[in-house]
Write a protein that binds this ligand. Structure first.
Ligand code: TRP
Ligand code: SF4
Length: 331
């Protein structure tokens, strides 16, 4: 039986954190056996809003690759590859750009939000490349005939835009491209240590998969707790405490007792944090050990990326043949 093709990816703009772990990475690891999985490091897309900082993108290609391998994305099961080494994606982007209007791109809610957030980079006028990244992302997905695309909620408008491009292409040039469908990789977004809805580098509220014991301790010690609780026997409210929130993720067996003790004023916040630190470190230890293994073997790491990219390229070439034939460009 042929496995369903899955494609997804990340922009290499920073190390991955535990929000990614519970959000997308665990889903990918779980999907590896059942699906034909493709995970792309989207360095070309990362340049759309980091064109002035190529060193940052290059450095993070390896950071993200290390994060993937350390959480158990297995290069024997999942094709891990680098976007910039697949020129067919760029070619598809050019072809698809005829099938989408500027107004439609400007209406894309994700693109709209991102442009508003990037005023510092773009000023009053956004680049052609950034406005058009949904077109290029349609190239990413269709080049590998991706059928399912696990993404976070913010990416749904991009998958919808890809579906429109596919339908338009197929209606003009004949049934050629596979229409993908999004699956939400997690229904829950992990909040930051400060209680912010989003965990992120710019907010300084994230625990990274590669953080040291000291970094984890420092961050958890500074996490937001019930602000009304001053003395140990004050009755606490774990619902407004980020430490309790993280115990939910890392201390599954103990969390019920922890919350009860907190509510009854029978638990000190410092001890509570120390217990969390211990459990986070316990959970991240095997991940960090795997990371260290690959960090010490840069040649093996590079080879994994090159092998995956070569495999991906073969598939993209097949798609390109079909596309060129449909568009009467098969000279
Ligand atoms: N836009 C995605 C993000 O910012 C990354 C990405 C690039 C992607 N190409 C993709 C995701 C193709 C899914 C499919 O997270
Ligand atoms: Fe939060 Fe624990 Fe303090 Fe309760 S005891 S407020 S759960 S840190």
């Amino acid at each position: 039986m042929k496995k369903i093709k899955m494609l997804t990816g990340d922009r290499p703009t920073g190390k991955l954190h535990i929000g990614h772990y519970f959000g997308s990475l665990q889903t990918r690891v779980k999907m590896q056996d059942e699906y034909d999985c493709h995970v792309m490091i989207a360095d070309v897309q990362a340049l759309t809003d980091n064109f002035n900082n190529p060193e940052k993108v290059r450095k993070n290609v390896y950071e993200v690759l290390l994060d993937y391998l350390s959480v158990g994305i297995d290069p024997k099961k999942t094709t891990i590859f680098l976007q910039s080494m697949i020129p067919e994606i760029a070619e598809l982007t050019v072809f698809y750009s005829n099938l989408v209007t500027i107004a439609r791109l400007q209406r894309n809610p994700t693109v709209k939000t991102e442009i508003a957030q990037k005023k510092e980079l773009f000023g009053e006028s956004v680049t052609y490349g950034f406005l058009g990244y949904p077109v290029s992302q349609a190239g990413d997905i269709t080049a590998f005939e991706g059928e399912v695309v696990p993404v976070g909620e913010d990416q749904l408008p991009l998958i919808e835009q890809c579906r429109e491009i596919v339908r338009k292409f197929n209606s003009i040039y004949g049934e050629t491209l596979v229409e993908p469908r999004a699956i939400l990789s997690s229904n829950k977004r992990i909040k930051g240590l400060d209680g912010n809805e989003k965990m992120g580098k710019s907010l300084g509220n994230a625990i990274y998969l590669s953080d040291t014991d000291e970094e984890i301790s420092k961050k958890v010690m500074g996490a937001l707790t019930d602000p009304n609780r001053i003395k140990k026997d004050d009755l606490g409210n774990p619902d407004i405490c980020m430490v309790a929130y993280y115990h939910n993720l890392f201390s599954k067996d103990e969390v019920k007792k922890i919350c009860e003790e907190c509510k009854a004023g029978k638990r000190g916040c410092v001890a509570c944090k120390k217990q969390l630190i211990e459990n986070i470190i316990k959970a991240l230890t095997p991940i960090r050990e795997k990371r260290k293994y690959y960090e010490q073997r840069p040649e093996e790491l590079r080879q994994i990326l090159m092998d995956g990219t070569q495999r991906a390229r073969e598939q993209a070439k097949e798609t390109m043949k079909k596309v060129k034939k449909a568009m009467k460009l098969d000279y």
